[in-house]
Structures are given as structure tokens and as C-alpha cells.
Write a protein that binds this ligand. Sequence first.
Ligand code: FO1
Length: 313
Amino acid sequence: MRALALTGGVGGAKLCFGLVQILQPDELRIVVNTGDDEEFHGLYVCPDLDTVMYTLAELSNPHTGWGIRNETFATLSALDRLGQETWFGLGDQDLATHIVRTNMLREGKSLSEVTEHLCGRLGLEHPIIPMSDYPVRTTVSTDIGVLPFQTYFVRHGCEPIVSSLGFEGSQSAKISAKFSEGLNSSDTLIFCPSNPYLSVAPILSVPGVRERIERFEGTRLAVSPIVGGQALKGPAAKILEELGEDVSCVGVARQYLGLCDTFVIDELDAELADDIRNLGMNVLVLNTIMNNNRDKIQLARHLLEAASESDGS
Ligand code: FO1
């Protein structure tokens, strides 16, 4: 089994945790969305890369899914005292990650090299790979204007009404070397249960990625982040509605037309399986809600079993 997992956000990171407990480091590459990245206080912050890194290292805040557990915010309150904006909650331990990343980038290291270093220091062996080493910034066009991603997501709490998404810099971005190698060498592609618009679309915006996934010869699976018409976390359901899509796993499946062979839905949505089959995809009905590590491993195991059955490996 040589799997390539595409992820962004908290839900995707949970499945990656499950995959990592089952697959060896040379059997799995995790490709992460970098469209959420932004500079805060002069530091280069990569929320989705850090969410996967902290989740795999079992360092992440179990309540929020992002940031580090038992975190303190003394630096943030000192920044507030000095008149800085502090709506983006950067904790003291998390700031160490951004300081090291910013310095290494300044020394000329690529984001892939920085990520490899940080993961090594946290004892992680499975490759965590940025989708690109070039900057791509997700922008959200809303009823109150075009917003940078974190301004939409955190400052405005995903409340503005979304009309479209942009991925600034994607035209001149290049797929990262390890992502490209992964597309060539993997026999299984897994879209983790991430927001199709905010986490997956930026990855697909990197030139050549969508086409290479459309032509991918192995097995391609996608896990719905929407269960029972609701997002387990984040604004996926709200955005589906604002963009006029079905607010269901069927609406999500439509975002994967041509990109996936088997769409994975939760048992709660079993009656929608035929609607998805009518889109031309196989459907796998599993428990996709991951409340603990056992759930994460179970979901990963079921996905990998289905993948190995369908490509006969
Ligand atoms: N999400 C929030 O809702 N509020 C925050 O204050 C916040 C701070 C933050 C700091 C570091 C980090 O890596 C992630 C952080 N996130 C926060 C999550 C972030 O907005 C991510 O982009 C989302 O998880 C979506 O992927």
C-alpha cells in the first residue's frame, strides 16, 4: 500500500492520525493545504500544516483541534498591551513553531524543508508535505467584501455570506516535489474529511494537480465532512448552502466529480447512497464520526481495506 492523503483542517488531521497508526512511514504521504497560511506579528503561520503536525504528535488542543494543549497566551496579552491586533489566538508554545519556521524561511529554506525539520523535532516519521512551496492564499468573496481566509474564518467567525473563493498566487505556484512524487508513486489517494471549498479546492488550484488526480491510476477515495446535513466542525454546510449546493454528503460528492471513485458517507446518510451512485461513484457507508483515537484508527482501517480490495493489491 502506498497512500497519498490530502488534508486540511481539524477533521482531516484526525483521519491522518488513524492512517499513521496503521501505515509505515514509507507507505503514507500526507499532503496539506497551505491556503490558510498568513503572517501574524511578522511570523509565518501555517495553520493546517501545524494542525496535522500537532495532531500526529498528540500535542494538539483536544477541544479546538488546533494549537497546542495546555497552552498559555502570555505573549499574546503582552502584544495586546503594546497595541497589536490579537484576534488570531497564537499561544506561547505555538509561537515557537512560527519563530523557527520564519527564521528558516528567511535563511532560504523551502516550506517543505522547514516542515520536515519541525516534524523531525516532534518525532514524526510519516512525511507531512505542503501542497506547494510557493505561497497560495485562499480569499473568500462575501457580502462584506473579499476577505483573507483567517479574517473570514476567525475574525468574522465564518458569518459573512460566501459567494466565491479565490486562490491568490496559485497560477504561479508549483506543486511541491514530494507531492508530485507521491502522485507518481502512490496506488491509493485519500481525500480526508476536509472542507471541499476551504481545504481541498486550494490543493486542486495548484497547476496540474486536478488533471493529475483525474488521470490517477490507483484507487481514489473521498470521505464526506458532512454528516446528516451538518458539518462536524467548521463552515462546510453553511458554504454549501450559500453556494446553492445540496447541504448534504451528495452536495459534497458533486465537488469530487472526476476526482474520486469511491465516496465514503456516514451510516446516518445511508439512504443517500443511491443519489451518489447516480453521480457515477461507488459508495462506502461507514461510521465516519471520530470521537476518539479508536474511531480514527477504525475509519482508517476500513478505508485501507476498501482500497486494497478495489485495486486488488
Ligand atoms: N481558529 C479559530 O477559530 N480561532 C483562533 O483564534 C485560531 C487561532 C489559530 C492559531 C494557530 C493555528 O494553527 C490555527 C488557529 N486557528 C484558529 C484555526 C485556523 O483558523 C485554521 O485555519 C482552521 O483550523 C481551518 O483550517
